[in-house]
Design a protein around this ligand. Structure first.
Ligand code: HAM
Length: 435
């Protein structure tokens, strides 16, 4: 035995077939709900020019300062594995001329993301996001529609224990006054703030508000709140959003402490929290980013979006005892006695598969006994044992593995249709079977 004992990297996960099933259920709900709201899928590269994230996420954020996986490739270009989905989508929208298409553009994605964070339950170094981006509308109705989409995704997955927090973090106009007030406040605490926050004091004091250090978060608790500094336009936008959410009967709390960890946000920000999944309780985060498209070189275009961590959705779904579809099991196992019969089972399996059934036969060289044990292990719904005699007679005995009932099916052009009848009547009752 080799001494090599290679383990998966810290903060990553293997998703084994039983879990993949749950992932597929969740991804399926995310995709179909987004499509119901008129969103189309977009796929962007796993890595991007590092400058894209520095420019969009912001050079004073934890993500850019501490968490990026950056590589220098041949020719000295610097690339970073995407820490989030928005920046790449906006780059792609600009690069592919999509800003010239009809607005709003509504795009969704399911993607891997990478952040070098301290791993814990619900916080990984490689994780997955389902995200939605809406481009080309500044109306607060769009904010409410997007929040409704997120709420529907959670509900359709079966997650019933989340709460929605909303806030407005204003626009560059109101932010200037607020930043001044924050700088004044935090300047009184320079002896206790962490080194990163000291450097943020000049660059972007709002970032101190989401520092993970317990000392900085304690100081941040008494800092001025942005809602007291909103300009008339931002205030009106936020008031409208609250009115629409009320009208749509979507419950929320205004939490003036939410600032989000990325620099591109303007006006509305929101988070869905699931308290039962531990310290990393934010299952969904998002908001408006009206300045980002221009910042990245596109025409001045308002936009907004959110992303949900799929690992956290899974934790929340399990806590809510949400149901997941069962792993698909084998419809028919074709056992064989002898070489000629084995070839017939291979042909039959192909025919079954062409018709959309899950069919298996002996590709290991097992005894008949061992073949049947295997059929039981994989929970085959039906089995057939095929020998020379059956081939000569042209009749296959199909056995229901649960009841032991046997149907004789003639090997003719109706063979697969007849099996379909037998399977349907087993799955859905007699009324589904053709006679
Ligand atoms: P974010 O809040 O950084 O926002 O991440 C969105 C979600 O991704 C979080 O609420 C969480 O569920 C999940 N997440 C983040 N980091 C981790 C991690 N290390 N391990 C597991 N899950 C994690 C964004 O990324 C924005 N791009 C969202 C957005 C889209 N805003 C506008 N459009």
């Amino acid at each position: 035995m080799s001494e090599l004992n290679i383990k998966r990297p810290k903060g990553t996960q293997d998703i084994t077939p039983i879990e993949v099933n749950k992932w597929q259920t969740i991804e399926g709900v995310c995709k179909s709900t987004a499509e119901d709201y008129g969103f189309s899928e977009i796929r962007t590269p796993t890595f991007e020019d590092t400058k894209l994230f520095v420019r969009s996420v912001g050079d004073a954020t934890d993500v850019v300062q501490k968490e990026m996986y950056t590589v220098t490739s041949k020719g000295d270009s610097e690339f970073t594995l995407k820490p989030e989905g928005t920046a790449g989508v906006i780059r792609a929208v600009i690069e592919n001329g999509m800003l010239n298409e009809a607005f709003p553009q509504k795009l969704f994605y399911i993607t891997q993301c990478f952040r070098h964070e301290k791993p814990q339950a619900g916080r990984l170094r490689e994780f997955h996001q389902f995200g939605c981006e809406m481009i080309g509308t500044k109306s607060p109705i769009a904010d409410a529609d997007l929040i409704m989409l997120a709420a529907d995704v959670l509900e359709r997955i079966g997650i019933n224990n989340t709460r929605l927090n909303i806030n407005s973090i204003g626009c560059p106009t109101c932010r200037a006054e607020y930043t001044k007030a924050l700088r004044e406040y935090f300047s009184q605490h320079t002896d206790t703030l962490c080194d990163t926050c000291i450097s943020r004091l000049e660059k972007n004091p709002m970032r101190i508000l989401d520092c993970k250090s317990p000392v900085c978060s304690e100081i941040a608790k008494d800092a001025p709140v942005i809602l007291d500094y909103l300009c008339d336009e931002c205030k009106e936008h936020f008031d409208m959003l609250k009115c629409i959410l009320d009208a749509m009967e979507i419950e929320y709390s205004v939490n003036p402490r939410i600032v989000r960890g990325l620099d591109y946000y303007t006006k509305t920000v929101f988070e869905f929290i699931c308290d039962s999944i531990g310290a990393q309780a934010t299952v969904c985060g998002g908001g408006r980013y009206d300045g980002l498209i221009r910042e990245l070189g596109g025409a001045d275009t308002p936009a907004l979006g959110f992303a949900m961590g799929i690992e956290r959705l899974l934790l929340a779904a399990k806590r809510s005892r949400a149901e997941f579809i069962d792993r698909l099991s084998c419809d028919i196992y074709l056992a064989s006695i002898g070489k000629d019969a084995l070839l017939v089972t291979a042909q039959l399996a192909r025919g079954f598969r062409d018709m959309g059934f899950i069919a298996e036969y002996d590709i290991v060289g097992r005894s008949l006994n061992a073949q049947m044990k295997y059929a039981n292990k994989i929970k085959a719904k039906f089995s057939a044992v095929i020998g020379d005699d059956d081939i000569k007679k042209g009749v296959i005995k199909v056995k229901n593995m649960e009841t032991g009932e046997i149907d004789n099916l003639k090997l003719n052009e109706n063979f697969y249709d007849r099996f379909s009848d037998v399977l349907n009547s087993y799955l859905f009752g007699d009324e589904f079977a053709l006679d």
